[in-house]
Write a new protein. Structure first.
Length: 157
């Protein structure tokens, strides 16, 4: 029997239907962080030191993207032979912060566009004996591929 476990503990839920990234929010200024943070607020205008754990948006829009033509170094676990994959920087819908992640298997970088809506899903990164080690990835949502205006970046994309 295969057991599904997180490749990185505490960074995302293992809910197959509605997985979420797990972040933190400063209770003083409301700034969101991913991965979750402790200690002090990284917002230079805030001196907060208390954070609450929060699930982050499951959806967002591609802010930037590229492909990984070269095999990443360890501790990344790559198939043999190495298969290039797409990477997307996604602006989360509610938090308006950028989170980097792989794009689901089978989606080529030529199929992506800035502004494209995506959702968070789980896929197996590698198998370790009887365990599937899962990671979050971005899956394009149905709809137009055309670029949109990004309000957070202050530029037309």
């Amino acid at each position: 029997m295969t057991v599904k476990t997180a490749a990185i503990d505490g960074w995302f839920t293992l809910d197959d239907a509605q997985p979420r990234l797990l972040g933190s929010r400063c209770v003083v200024c409301g700034t969101y962080f991913f991965p979750p943070t402790k200690g002090f607020c990284r917002n230079p205008d805030c001196e907060g030191t208390e954070f609450e754990a929060v699930p982050l948006s499951r959806t967002g829009r591609i802010w930037s993207y590229t492909n990984a033509c070269y095999q990443p170094p360890e501790p990344f676990v790559a198939p043999d032979p190495y298969i290039p994959f797409a990477i997307a920087a996604v602006e989360l819908e509610k938090e308006k912060m950028i989170v980097l992640g792989q794009v689901v298997a089978g989606v080529d970088v030529a199929e992506l566009a800035v502004g494209m809506p995506v959702e968070l899903v789980l896929e197996t990164l590698y198998r370790d004996g009887e365990n599937d080690k899962l990671i979050w990835k971005w899956r394009p949502l149905p709809g137009p591929k055309a670029a949109i205006t990004s309000t957070s970046a202050g530029a037309t994309r």
